[in-house]
Design a protein around this ligand. Structure first.
Ligand SMILES: [Zn+2]
Length: 258
């Protein structure tokens, strides 16, 4: 047993050293946020809540490090040969469509002259604690991209094909018929996806979809399997935020090996 333990330790040490020594991976991070408030809607989900002061400090840090925020539509324009990406691109995404995204996140974002992508659960729009259609329109006017997080936030892989399509299609149509600009991006509820779901997204005229898997994105990344790194409620301030950015890089390096 001892020998096996030793061998495993040496193996882990070698792998860690190899990963550390690998060249910097290419690509840009996509960050996954949820609520930005001091009072989260449901205490159970408090781990997904970033207080406004912490969020503002994170944006200060990104700015100081020379990052430029882009939307996923900006990204797709470049994929299709129109223009080029800024030096250090980054995408900020917000899942579920909480009211605080409009109340607290948007003013901080505007103050930093940054942009973001907000994914809404369309059957929650306008309900207590969630954004309204007017707030979504205002966000679009200010240059943010609005995306779909499906109609009901059910993990798509657990549904039959017809129901999957309805969740994907009806959420898009609802937003567009309510007066929003065309919806091009989807965030998979619970990060659950497969090839058949990607096929439906293509057929329903979505151009991109974000997962919950850590990594970095390049022009060659499958646009329906974009990597994202989760930003949770920080217990160790900016240090933890830097660690999350490092995590995206670390997984990108791992993917380069395997
Ligand atoms: Zn969600």
């Amino acid at each position: 047993m001892r020998i096996i333990g030793g061998v495993i330790l040496i193996f882990i040490a070698i792998i860690s050293a190899v990963i550390f020594l690998l060249p910097e991976p290419e690509g840009f991070p996509i960050l996954e946020y949820h609520q930005v408030t001091d009072e989260p809607l449901d205490p159970v989900f408090e781990i997904y809540n970033v207080p406004p002061a912490e969020f503002s400090a994170q944006l200060d840090y990104l700015q100081a490090e020379g990052y430029t925020t882009i939307t996923l539509q900006d990204f797709m324009r470049v994929v299709h040969g129109k223009g080029k990406l800024p030096d250090k691109p980054i995408v900020l995404t917000f899942d579920d469509g909480y009211e605080d995204n409009y109340k607290f996140m948007l003013p901080i974002l505007t103050e930093h002259k940054m942009t973001a992508v907000v994914y809404v659960i369309t059957n929650e729009v306008g309900k207590a604690g969630y954004v309204t259609l007017e707030e979504l329109k205002e966000m679009q006017r200010r240059g943010l991209e609005i995306g779909s997080h499906t109609s009901d936030h059910l993990p798509l892989t657990s549904l039959d094909k017809n129901f999957q399509r309805r969740q994907i299609r009806e959420s898009k149509i609802f937003l567009e018929w309510s007066g929003l600009e065309t919806i091009y991006s989807l965030s998979y509820p619970n990060g659950a996806f497969n090839f058949e779901i990607e096929e439906i997204l293509r057929e329903e005229n979505y151009l991109t979809a974000v997962t919950g898997e850590a990594g970095l994105n390049t022009l060659a990344t499958n646009p329906y399997e974009l990597y994202r790194v989760n930003i949770r409620r920080p217990r160790f301030g900016l240090t933890e935020f830097k660690f999350r950015l490092f995590k995206a890089k670390f997984f990108a390096k791992l993917r380069n090996i395997f």
